[in-house]
Structure formats: structure tokens, C-alpha cells
Design a protein. Structure first.
Length: 176
């Protein structure tokens, strides 16, 4: 029995279509969306806590990346934790979750870029993600941030009825 190239291509297209439908189903599942919102919201609220309490330590960590001009380091150390806190609370409470996901995704892309640059340079650094001290290997931090980014993309692209919006019920309806 010979298998023609067109049969192989047709079978491949069917598998891709099945995978695409599965991903579409997952990306439009309201329960997954609320779980991702809560995971990212709590993570970013927790990440902001230490930075808000100790901005000088966080400024030293930002300085350790050797990527930013000195005049911006204090501004980053003061503003970034509050952006993380407000975005995390917004995700957790369901207040403009798409906007919060967009901000968090931008932060995650920046974090991934910064970590990758320092990995390529072979530079030893303290992440400053959650608290002082080493938080794991830089490659694991990039992998973690990529997973968070996928969660953030699901929240951003979600087009169903949002569940668990406690403050603005009218914003939780289907986005058009």
C-alpha cells in the first residue's frame, strides 16, 4: 500500500486543525481565564510588595543589570512596583482586565529581554523579581516569564463572558 503525498498533507492539516480548535477552546474558556487572572494578579501583587517596602534595595538590583542610565534607576525603582501592584489588583478584581494584561505583558516582554541580554553577556545579577537574593537560574526565570506571558496573552485575547469581575459587572460582558 502506498501513501501519497496528498494523503500525508491532508492528515497533517487535520492534526493542525484539531490542535488549533483545542487551543481556541482553551483560549476561550472563562474558567481558565479567571485562573490565569488570579495567578498573574497575585504574582504581581506579591512581586510589588518587597519593592514598595524597600525601594533602595530594588534600585540597587536595577543598577546591577547595567542596562539603564543612572538618572532613570530611581524612577524605575519607585514607579515599577506601583505599576505591578495596580495591574495585579486590576487583574484580581476584574477591573479592565484586558488593559491590565496588556501592561503586564509589556512588563513581561521587557523582563524577558533584560534577563536574556544579561544571560548572553554572562553577567551575574540578582533578579529583583520578588525579594533580595537569588531566585533561581536566569534561564528558569526566563522560562517562568514566558509561561506568565502565555497566561497574559490568554487574558488579553479572551473573548468570552468574563467570570469573577467583582467591581465592574458591565465590563465583564462579552467584548465586541
Amino acid at each position: 500500500m502506498s501513501v501519497s503525498l496528498s494523503m500525508v498533507i491532508r492528515a497533517g492539516k487535520q492534526r493542525v486543525t484539531q490542535l488549533s480548535n483545542t487551543m481556541r477552546t482553551l483560549f476561550n474558556n472563562g474558567w481558565i481565564e479567571i485562573a490565569f487572572r488570579w495567578i498573574l494578579g497575585i504574582t504581581f501583587i506579591y512581586a510589588s510588595y518587597y519593592k514598595i517596602l524597600s525601594p533602595t534595595d530594588f534600585a540597587k538590583m536595577v543598577y546591577g543589570y547595567n542596562l539603564f542610565p543612572e538618572v532613570l534607576i530611581n524612577l524605575i525603582a519607585i514607579v515599577l512596583p506601583f505599576v505591578e501592584l495596580i495591574s495585579g489588583l486590576s487583574l484580581l478584581l476584574g477591573i479592565y482586565p484586558r488593559s491590565a494584561a496588556l501592561i503586564i505583558n509589556g512588563l513581561l516582554l521587557a523582563f524577558i529581554f533584560i534577563l536574556t541580554i544579561n544571560i548572553i553577556r554572562g553577567h551575574e545579577f540578582d533578579c529583583g523579581c520578588f525579594s533580595a537574593g537569588k531566585t533561581g537560574s536566569p534561564k528558569m526565570m526566563v522560562a517562568r516569564d514566558v509561561i506568565y506571558l502565555i497566561m497574559g496573552l490568554q487574558i488579553f485575547w479572551f473573548n468570552g463572558v468574563r467570570k469573577g469581575c467583582f467591581i465592574r459587572k458591565n465590563h465583564c460582558k462579552r467584548l465586541k
